[in-house]
Design a protein around this ligand. Structure first.
Ligand code: 48F
Length: 279
């Protein structure tokens, strides 16, 4: 008596094809596309999906989580500063208090819980897919993303004539980390400007990154380290509360935008706001 139920090779192939194309077809035109599945992107995806927003995460790697698997220096203990431990509680990840307002948790545990939280909420994940470019609409507003299979980039030149495809959306969230890749594609055309991130200053950068999370270009919200890189804010190194709360803020800003249903009339030139004075 076999342990498993019947399924032929052809049936398995059909199941994969139909499952994949059904999803891709449904999300060819969607509400929010998040580029980058690191902590800020996953957090935004979870919060948006929780509010019933159609959201797709485009991730170039096979795995999600970005830098959230490891803390710093290849050591897999994650740190977060208060109040971000509340996010760990929410996603069911145990943590310990290291000192007043500094908390630690194993990276693999926190990362896998956050991935599961985004998927459980209903976010769609498109991995092994690289963001290549933006779709541009009237007044140079961004109206979608141009994507291709990540392995296409590794093909030799003589066979790289593989055209990408595009997905349309109301809003793109650039959560690509230090590279701010979406903003970079706009910068290359002289449409946006990236100032580049500043030196490390944990106590200033985490507040600043959350504060500056929002629309950076018509149709584009920046989240996570992409915020530092776009607006010239200090980096925060191996502590992740700022990433989680920036993802939350990105979702809040996206919800406001979607409710209005119209692109913002004018977006200010990205320049650093005054940083909060701490001491
Ligand atoms: O780098 P990443 O973790 O960005 P984040 O959410 O968090 C930053 C922290 O991990 C850490 C830090 C602060 O604590 O300094 O670095 O801002 O995740 C970015 C994700 O985007 C993907 C990349 O593979 C990673 O998973 N990504 C980057 N470029 C592309 C992309 C692209 N062109 N297409 C698709 N995915």
């Amino acid at each position: 008596m076999p342990i498993f139920g019947p399924a032929s090779e052809a049936e398995v192939t059909r199941a994969i094809l139909q499952g994949f194309t059904k999803d891709l077809e449904r999300y060819a035109d969607t509400e929010v596309i998040i580029v980058g599945g690191g902590p800020s992107g996953l957090m935004a995806a979870r919060d948006l999906a929780k509010h019933g927003v159609e959201v797709v995460v485009i991730e170039r790697n096979n795995y999600l989580g970005g830098g959230f698997w490891i803390g710093g220096y290849l050591m897999n203990t994650i740190t977060v500063r208060a109040p971000a431990q509340k996010v760990l509680e929410e996603i069911g990840c145990p943590y310990e208090e290291f000192s007043k307002s500094l908390f630690v948790t194993p990276g693999p545990h926190a990362c896998s819980k956050l991935i599961a939280a985004a998927c459980d909420a209903g976010a769609k994940i498109q991995n092994m897919t690289s963001f290549e470019d933006v779709v541009i609409r009237e007044d140079n507003r961004v109206g979608g993303v141009v994507i291709n299979w990540t392995p296409v980039q590794a093909l030799p030149h003589e066979i790289t004539c593989v055209d990408p495809i595009a997905l349309e959306c109301d809003l793109v969230i650039d959560a690509t980390g230090h590279d701010a890749y979406v903003i970079q594609t706009l910068e290359r055309r002289g449409l946006a400007k990236r100032i580049g991130e500043g030196g490390m200053w944990i106590e200033r950068s985490e507040d600043a990154v959350v504060e500056h999370t929002g629309i950076a270009y018509p149709g584009v919200i920046v989240a996570g380290m992409a915020v530092c890189s776009t607006f010239g804010l200090p980096r925060m190194g191996p502590t992740f509360g700022g990433m989680l709360l920036s993802g939350q803020r990105a979702a809040e800003e996206a919800l406001k935008f979607l409710k209005k249903g119209v692109p913002p009339a004018k977006v200010a030139e990205p320049k650093p706001k005054a940083l909060p004075r701490r001491r």
